[in-house]
Design a protein around this ligand. Structure first.
Ligand code: AMP
Length: 292
């Protein structure tokens, strides 16, 4: 596995890979890798000749007061996991390399990042409403990484469902020649969606966090049993979350999976999604339901 830190070095490798007509599968991450990330690597390994992973904690997608500085950074372990998973190239750029127009240091949302992507209306609802500017940061860094790596296929997790929609729109809007594969959410044996932020949780918080997936499962079960009222599904989910006073719900919605607009009644498909705070940790989870 090649470990690449600089853009000139990356470009040299990409040129060589392209000259060999190999297909590139790309998995962008912020590191602190877990089985969820590794499932994307496995999917890329299966479908592409060359697998590239990036580890970059992107400052511009964190808001003021969010966890940019304390976000877990476990590079040595990440590299070992990637090597074991058959990654060909691990790209770990510096903030200054990715944001050459920004001020030095680790200032969040560098004002010097003169040109950036506006993620549009999809970037302002749900996660985007709770974290203003978050998806502009995501879209901007993903555009930069796609330009640098020129992958044939991009692998994303359903765990960040709204992010997959924003990135698909980014790809269409800017005529990028890359196919997207969305991989299912990988969960702990008890149902908790794997997340790099789970490591912030203490034992009691970890127990309470389980209610997110349980609430989604309760909503999904009710839908399967024929309930079509989005309000009734939301009530079920909210009640499940209220079992722990440690959970503060940020949002909880039943929405159209293509547009993210809230539904009154569920037709053929629906996205149930929850964002909640447990102590200082903010977690998200979702389930996609399709009557077909
Ligand atoms: P992150 O490092 O959190 O930015 O995530 C990098 C990629 O891994 C994104 O496409 C995520 O959606 C995906 N991912 C994160 N957690 C999971 C999970 N539990 N299952 C599947 N994919 C995941």
């Amino acid at each position: 596995m090649k470990l690449i830190r600089t853009i000139p070095d990356l470009r040299r490798h990409i040129t060589r890979i392209k000259a060999g007509r190999h297909t590139i599968g790309f998995v962008p991450t912020m590191g602190a890798l877990h089985e969820g990330h590794l499932s994307l690597v496995a999917a890329a390994r299966w479908r592409c000749d060359v697998v590239i992973v990036s580890v970059f904690v992107n400052p511009t997608q964190f808001g003021p007061g969010e966890d940019y500085r304390r976000y877990p950074r476990t590079l040595r372990r990440d590299a070992a996991l990637c090597r074991k998973a058959g990654v060909d190239l691990l790209f770990i750029p510096s903030v200054d390399a990715i944001y050459p127009m920004g001020p030095p240091g680790d200032t969040i949302r560098p004002p010097g990042d003169l040109i950036h992507v506006d993620a549009g209306p999809l970037g302002t609802v749900l996660e985007g409403a709770s974290r203003p500017g978050h998806f502009n940061g995501v879209a901007t860094v993903v555009l930069k990484l796609l330009n640098l790596i020129q992958p044939n296929r991009l692998f994303l997790g359903q765990k960040d469902y709204q992010q997959t929609l924003v990135i698909k729109q980014l790809i269409r809007s800017f005529h990028l020649d890359v196919d997207v594969t969305v991989c299912p959410t990988i969960r702990e044996p008890d149902g908790l969606a794997m997340s790099s932020r789970n490591r912030y949780l203490n034992r009691r918080e970890r127990q309470a966090a389980l209610l997110l997936s349980q609430a989604l499962a309760a909503g999904a079960a009710q839908l399967r049993h024929g309930e079509r009222s989005a309000g009734a599904l939301r009530t079920t989910m909210r009640k499940a979350l209220e079992q722990s006073p440690m959970i503060r719900v940020d949002y909880l919605t039943v929405c159209d999976p293509d547009t993210l607009t809230p539904l009154r009644r569920v037709g053929k498909k629906a996205l149930l999604t929850i964002a909640a705070r447990i102590g200082a940790t903010r977690l998200i989870d979702n389930v996609l339901l399709n009557a077909d």
